[in-house]
Design a binder for this molecule. Structure first.
Ligand SMILES: [Zn+2]
Ligand SMILES: [Zn+2]
Length: 352
């Protein structure tokens, strides 16, 4: 079994620290990937600290992964040794249910296999994430990276967050048909929000960035916002009443949905992609009297994730990142809690 080293949490209250383990024995359709970069997602912090109650320790977090393929099984056709591969939030699924057949493996009726902290479907070992030196994955669940996005180390590091923050915002914007003529609101300007903003702008929509701090205004305009609205400014919010075709709420800190749902048009939708620890209380009248929808969206399936990466290649889209060394991860978690990052930390795994 391939030996791996990484950084693991041993309990919900211990900082991440060096940890050695083994990966599953590679299967004929598996590739072994030597990891180069891994993004630091807010979920990693929630999971490491057991804030959703489903943690398994020791836990190696990380599900925004890019690396170099170092070996391929006898049945592998999509990759060869030396290729760049990308791995996201899901690394397996039942492959036979209606959702898997449709390429919506994230909604697998038998439960997708997450990149870390769940039993592997083949050998039952607990999956370990991308804060590590390598990964073993079935090629079906790995993605290719457009050559232009792998041209430099800096670009490739900015690809890593596309695997969660990117697809999590790309998928709902596509599903709700955002494009030229749409007026779209983005709530939250963090790892997810800044990608939602980039995609909505790239799709040709009129994009309004909501923020709780006008300090981010210049950045939001640079990232593609047509307008920036301070969500605590009631008059500024009222000026947008009944005008949005779609609102993507990426905020994971507890917040009221009502100021935003009041801005939806008739038959419009608001989708949530942040996972607050406390369920929101919702003013249903904002939905009833507009026949509006409150919805959610979970990452994207394998085909759509590849489509998103290809789109990013065609349009030169990557995440805005700050590269850190592996030992800085605990400090990075603390800074992430203070929203002190523009807009995603990415670990350079050569520093392991
Ligand atoms: Zn994530
Ligand atoms: Zn399935």
């Amino acid at each position: 079994m391939p030996a791996s080293k990484g950084y693991a949490a041993q309990s919900k209250s211990t900082p991440l620290a060096p940890y050695a383990f083994t990966r599953r024995e590679p299967l004929p359709s598996d590739i072994v990937v030597d990891l180069l970069y891994c993004g630091v997602c807010h979920s990693d912090l929630h999971m490491a600290r057991n804030e959703w109650g489903n943690a398994v320790y020791p836990m190696v977090p990380g599900h925004e992964i890019v690396g170099t393929v170092t070996s391929v099984g006898s049945a592998v056709t999509k990759f060869k040794v030396g290729d760049i591969a990308a791995i996201g939030v899901l690394v397996d699924s039942c492959r036979t249910c209606s959702k898997c057949e449709k390429g919506e493996e994230q909604y697998c009726l038998n439960g997708m296999t997450l990149t870390y902290a769940v039993p592997d479907r083949f050998d039952g070992s607990i999956t370990m994430g991308g804060y590590s030196s390598n990964y073993v994955v079935d090629e079906r669940y790995a993605h290719t990276v457009p050559a232009n996005l792998a041209a430099t180390k800096e670009l490739l590091a900015g690809v890593a967050p596309l695997l969660c923050a990117g697809i999590t915002t790309y998928s709902p914007l596509k599903h709700w048909g955002v494009g030229p003529g749409s007026k779209v609101g983005i709530v939250g300007l963090g790892g997810l929000g800044h990608m939602g903003l980039k995609f909505a702008h790239s799709f040709g929509a009129h994009v309004v960035q909501f923020t709780t701090s006008l300090k981010k205004k210049e950045d939001a305009l640079r990232l593609g916002a047509d307008e920036v609205v301070l969500s605590t400014d009631e008059d500024a919010m009222k000026a947008h009443a009944n005008s949005f075709d779609f609102i993507l709420d990426t905020a994971s800190a507890p917040h009221s949905l009502d100021p935003y749902s009041a801005l939806l048009k008739h038959d419009a939708a608001m989708a949530l992609v942040g996972l607050p620890e406390v369920p929101p209380v919702v003013d249903v009248t904002n939905f009833i009297f507009r026949r509006a929808s409150l919805s959610g969206s979970c990452i994207g399936g394998v085909p759509e994730t590849q489509e998103m990466l290809n789109y990013c290649g065609e349009h030169n889209i990557t995440s805005d990142i700050e590269i850190i060394a592996m030992p800085q991860i605990n400090e990075a978690f603390e800074r992430m809690l203070k929203q002190d990052v523009k807009y995603r930390f990415v670990i350079d795994l050569k520093t392991l």
